[in-house]
Design a protein around this ligand. Structure first.
Ligand SMILES: Nc1ncnc2c1ncn2[C@@H]1O[C@H](COP(=O)(O)OP(=O)(O)OP(=O)(O)O)[C@@H](O)[C@H]1O
Length: 846
């Protein structure tokens, strides 16, 4: 072989190997120009020197220097290197080391060697190659196969396995098959991403190192390896295949594309020494890199593993941006939630992912994930940019930390309403109010001529138009039962899911499962099709596509985030921080946000099973004498938990009947009387109380005391005189137990008919709805009592009382239905009771 040919080949090999094409071309040109010289030995040395210099540029530091010469303590690289070449040994010229032998691996092609790790030279080369690549590539993911030394050659890589950078070494054909299956899956996913025009440049390299093929490997597996080699480089998958030689049955080997071939198995030299290794067409022999110093291997692997763990672990503190509230929600909202090998994983509410579905078993981390998201958003966006509605249908305290408490007066200023152990009506009320907001925004957009929220915000800068995020934890409860409420919830949800995107109203539904919700059967696809962002937590079912098993191996603290409705290959698995273990930090953060608030309006908190007390209602505290007094009866099950009242004016029928056997009725009467007392000047009105029902003495007595304390004249009436007592001044007759009308049905009718005109109103408790109807003279007289508070009475009895059979009223503890026939209003409410009375009543089974 002439020097010229040798030179050309050598430079070409270097060019191929290093990818430093321009540099090698330069070398070639220079060398050619000097070919005329006569001193061959000198030329060879000069050539070797030039190639050494070229290689030093093509592969530096961890990738190119002799490992033994790299000082201990040299850090692993923090960023991906640009060069793809890596050293595997040294080319020798006349038995002297001439220049490093490089192969173009990650970002280039593959390395195929006919020898396997049973040859110590190959074992040494593999170990040093792994150290180099792990030290140089922070994002590298590795699959290791060793069918010849039972994993011995990769023993030092345990640290990589522990850090999740590598799978445990596969040592048999089944293990190899799994490696290939996983690689094929990954390849398809990455190819899909690239096919959609998205960049795959931030995806980690996947390196498969086969130290030797397990004995049982046949044609099919070899063909799979060849196919992977064919498609791999385009999907950042590269192979190092050792022991790639014709099998015993002399099957021809499939060709491995994009490969540099390393040959170690030519016949032994006459001296008995193994033949030297050869790399590709490079005419010089190669001495493969030896086993690196064990301490170096350990240090590199440990450092990389530690760095990887740290890089993938986001702390709660990392969720918080600096500065706070700096982002605009004009085009959407987003927050970082975790990290994977590709960097930060963010989740967004925008045109592409307007609504989210989150799934995971109990204890799978849903609440923690939601807290992470909510703190992330509340720190990025000010309350002018973001409003939050939080509903929790399970027994627990998920969102209470966002609201003021006896221990901590602060709250998250973005939060408008929080439902804790909410009941379904409250959930429906929140959805209904959000739907109202959709309509309001739709109207504004139409009038302003805008088609997008962002545009409307530009046109109407004076109108606050924050994006709204409504979170519903355990949302399946809302739709359980397939009843009227479930149907209402479905209707609201459908509308919000469909239109929310345009108007900046976003939903997050979290549950253990999205299947099995009867009320949603026919609408499932149309509704959940609007929820492209899927977050699968451990135990999530039916959240991702059927053929997508990405959530199968998740452990608590990990989430699989898919932004394409669960389609395979579109997700990222990341660890998210544990907000439940950062109470102090979050409390401090809450305080900081609270102190920055511009409004003192606290979030409305609805606790489904809490008692409501008249004295705890700010509306009661603010009452003043006024010409249109209103009896306060309870708090509505609506978003604002507004006070429900019934007003007494002089028009006919302004009386109030509380119906049902529940002793809560007595408390409602008491609350009505006491609140009315506040709205009259003492002396301008009298209160006549009659306590004819058993067990109401305490309540009646307390009511008398309260009214007297307000300065009112109060009379206690005895049976027989309740309806016949003369009343010359405006009077409220508060009657605990009006069933039977004191035996004077006609007097009752007269009072109902004529009373209001004289300022005389009845507030009465009837235990039986039918009895009440009889007492007032039948259904034709129902107009004579326009106010009804239904407690535990049957829906058809209530229908008979009001003449409206369609109330759909289902009585239950701690709820009442307040009906004002004149106003055409029916309001579900939590009635006022005296503190602790609900427990007493429940214990007594009433
Ligand atoms: N990111 C995380 N890192 C570490 N531990 C976590 C993480 N997320 C959750 N956990 C642990 O799991 C526990 C349960 O989490 P969480 O309360 O969020 O579950 P959940 O799905 O809401 O359960 P449930 O529905 O029963 O309330 C937490 O108390 C915490 O100890």
């Amino acid at each position: 072989m002439t020097w010229r040919t040798e030179l050309e080949r050598t430079a070409a090999a270097l060019r191929r190997a290093s990818g430093a094409a321009e540099h090698a071309e330069g070398l070639l040109a220079q060398a050619e120009s000097r070919l005329a010289a006569t001193d061959t030995a000198a030329r060879r040395r000069a050539l070797a020197e030039q190639l050494r210099t070229a290689a030093a540029t093509a592969a530096t530091g961890w990738l190119g220097e002799e490992l033994a010469s790299i000082p201990s303590g040299t850090p692993v690289w923090p960023d991906e290197p640009r060069e793809g070449a890596v050293r595997i040994g040294t080319a020798e010229l006349e038995d002297e080391p001439a220049f490093p032998a490089l192969v173009d691996l990650l970002g280039g092609g593959h390395l195929v060697c006919d020898g396997d790790a049973a040859d110590p030279r190959v074992a040494g080369m593999l170990q040093s190659l792994l150290v180099r690549l792990v030290a140089a590539h922070p994002g590298l993911e590795v699959s290791l196969v060793d069918g010849v030394t039972l994993g011995q050659v990769f023993a030092p890589a345990t640290a990589l396995v522990d850090a999740g950078m590598a799978e445990p070494v596969a040592t048999d054909h089944l293990g190899l098959a799994k490696v290939l299956t996983d690689a094929e899956k990954r390849l398809t996913e990455i190819r899909d991403i690239a096919a959609r025009g998205q960049s795959i440049a931030n995806r980690p390299y996947h390196l498969i190192v086969i130290a030797g093929l397990p004995p049982q490997v046949g044609k099919t597996v070899r063909e799979r390896i060849a196919a992977l080699a064919h498609a791999g480089p385009a999907a950042r998958c590269h192979l190092v295949i050792c022991g790639w030689r014709t099998a015993i049955r002399t099957e021809p080997l499939p060709a491995i594309e994009h490969a540099t071939h390393l040959s170690c198995r030519e016949a032994a030299m006459p001296s008995g020494a193994p033949s030297p290794a050869r790399l590709g067409t490079l005419p010089l022999p190669i001495v493969l890199d030896p086993v690196p110093p064990p301490s170096q291997t350990r240090t590199v692997f440990d450092a990389r593993a530690a760095q990887r763990r740290e890089a993938e672990t986001l702390t709660v503190g990392d969720l918080v941006p600096d500065p706070l509230w700096a982002d605009s929600s004009r085009n959407g909202l987003s927050t970082v939630i975790g990290r994977d090998a590709g960097g930060d994983v963010t989740v967004s509410f925008d045109d592409a992912t307007p609504h989210w579905l989150i799934g995971g078993r109990t204890g799978g981390g849903k609440t923690v994930f939601l807290l992470d998201v909510l703190y992330g958003l509340a720190t990025r966006y000010s309350p002018e940019e973001l409003e939050l509605y939080l509903l929790d249908f399970k027994e627990g305290v998920s969102f209470t930390e966002f609201t003021p408490s006896a221990i901590d007066e602060s709250w998250i200023p973005h939060v408008r309403a929080v439902g804790v152990e909410s009941d379904r009506e409250y959930g429906v009320a929140v959805l209904s109010s959000l739907r109202g907001e959709l309509s309001r925004r739709a109207g504004m957009m139409k009038r302003a001529g805008a088609t997008r929220l962002a545009r409307l915000r530009e046109l109407r800068p004076e109108v606050p138009l924050p994006r709204i995020v409504a979170v519903v934890d355990e949302f399946h409860v809302l739709f359980s039962g397939n009843d009227r409420l479930a149907r209402q919830a479905v209707a609201h949800l459908e509308e919000l899911a469909r239109k929310g995107r345009s108007y900046g109203v976003h939903l997050v539904l979290a549950s253990q499962t999205i299947s099995g919700i009867e009320a949603l059967y026919s609408k499932k696809d149309s509704i959940f099709g609007q929820f492209p962002l899927r977050v699968a937590l451990p135990g999530a079912k039916h959240l991702l596509d059927d053929d997508n098993d990405a959530a199968a191996g998740l452990s608590v603290g990990q989430a699989h985030v898919n932004d394409s409705g669960g389609i395979k290959g579109r997700g990222r698995t990341c660890a998210f921080p544990d907000a439940s273990s950062a109470e102090d930090l979050l409390a401090e953060l809450r305080h900081t946000l609270w102190e920055r608030r511009e409004s003192d309006v606290e979030p409305v908190v609805f606790r489904g099973f809490d008692e409501q007390h008249l004295t705890g209602d700010p509306t009661f505290a603010a009452l003043q004498p006024n010409p249109l007094p209103k009896a306060l009866l309870g708090r509505a099950v609506d978003v604002g938990v507004t006070t429900v009242g019934y007003s007494f004016d002089r028009s006919p029928g302004r009386h109030l009947a509380v119906l049902g056997t529940s002793a809560v009725a007595a408390d409602i009467l008491a609350a009505a009387a006491i609140s009315l007392g506040r709205q009259h000047e003492p002396g301008s009105v009298e209160f006549h109380l009659a306590a004819t029902a058993a067990g109401v003495e305490d309540v009646a007595e307390a009511t008398v005391e309260s009214l007297k304390a307000q300065g009112h004249k109060v009379r206690l009436l005895e049976p027989g005189s309740i309806l016949t007592t003369e009343r010359e001044t405006p009077t409220y007759l508060v009657w605990f137990g009006a069933d039977g009308a004191d035996g004077k049905a006609s007097a009752l009718k007269r009072l109902l008919l004529q009373g209001p005109a004289d300022g005389i109103h009845l507030i009465g408790w009837w235990r039986g709805a039918r009895r009440f109807l009889d007492d007032i003279g039948g259904s034709s007289n129902r107009e004579h009592c326009a106010g009804v508070v239904a407690l535990n009475i049957a829906a058809n009895d209530l229908g008979a009382v009001t003449g409206n059979p369609n109330h759909g009223w289902e009585s239950r503890s701690n709820r009442c239905l307040v009906i004002d026939r004149h106003a055409g209003a029916e309001t579900l409410a939590v009635p006022y009771v005296r503190p602790g009375r609900l427990d007493e009543y429940q214990e007594a089974g009433r």
